[in-house]
Design a protein around this ligand. Structure first.
Ligand SMILES: [Fe+2]
Ligand SMILES: [Fe+2]
Length: 254
């Protein structure tokens, strides 16, 4: 593993005020981000680098933007989420709003891939739904969870076909696994089906890299429908606070 892949921006970037002082801090890449690649096992070598002047990263990584003490949803959009993902979320929400969908569904579009943009692709709908669960109407997190399965299944009644992007991404003969097929069937019968379906409808067109939509266009909507905890996301003691903290400090050894 090349050293630059695991070392903070530069040793000089280590914050003297950090509890780890001026020591060189190295990042131990996460199991989930390396599993299935040589990097997973290569991490063993990093333990040999640890010594009086070299420690594992704990706390703020100077390569990342500093987060406020009490971070809001907007702070995560600005400072942590994958920028291409943020662009996609903003475009999806803008299209849904333009189509006149109710605010709850616009919010679901704005948040639908937060799991992907903040955590990982695998089961991103479920991660995203869990992350936002305590702060949004139950219908919003439900829709975020189920959009993942619904993306694989057309619905002619709303003009939704199988995504052309998925043909490229996964190959034309890809078949979703049984659990996704079961989730689709369950969602189809649910009273909130159309909310999750609307995410997929406004999802599919939202990949214009040149489109510019500003987060500020949704400040009021977020204020009305996202229950921002006063302690900040990650510090309110909710069952998902640790998930937000992991996005704040993704490089912590523990
Ligand atoms: Fe998605
Ligand atoms: Fe999406």
């Amino acid at each position: 593993m090349p050293d630059d892949a695991v070392t903070a921006a530069s040793p000089a970037a280590a914050d003297a005020a950090s509890p780890q002082g001026q020591r060189r801090r190295i990042i131990f890449p996460s199991s989930i981000g390396t599993s299935g690649t040589p990097a997973f096992q290569d991490r063993v070598a990093l333990f040999n680098e640890i010594g009086p002047d070299t420690v594992f990263m704990m706390g703020d990584n100077p390569a990342l933007a500093p987060m406020p003490e009490k971070p809001t949803l907007a702070d995560f959009f600005r400072y942590r989420l994958f920028p291409r993902g943020v662009n996609h979320l903003l475009q999806s929400a803008a299209l849904a709003r333009k189509a006149g969908l109710e605010e709850k569904v616009v919010l679901a579009c704005l948040l639908h891939d937060i799991g992907f943009a903040g955590f990982m692709g695998s089961d991103h709908g479920y991660w995203g739904a869990q992350l936002i669960g305590p702060y949004v109407d139950e219908e919003v997190s439900w829709a975020v969870r189920y959009h993942q399965a619904l993306r694989f299944f057309p619905d002619e009644s709303v003009g939704y076909g199988y995504p052309a992007a998925y043909l490229r991404y996964f190959g034309p003969d890809y078949v979703p696994p049984p659990y996704i097929q079961e989730e689709y069937k369950a969602a189809r019968k649910h009273r909130w089906y159309m909310s999750a379906r609307m995410i997929t409808v406004y999802d599919v067109y939202a990949f214009d890299p040149n489109a510019v939509v500003h987060l500020e266009e949704f400040t009021d909507l977020i204020g009305r429908h996202f229950k921002q905890p006063k302690e900040g996301l990650g510090f309110d003691g909710s069952p998902v606070a640790h998930m937000w903290r992991t996005i704040i400090w993704p490089n912590n050894f523990l």
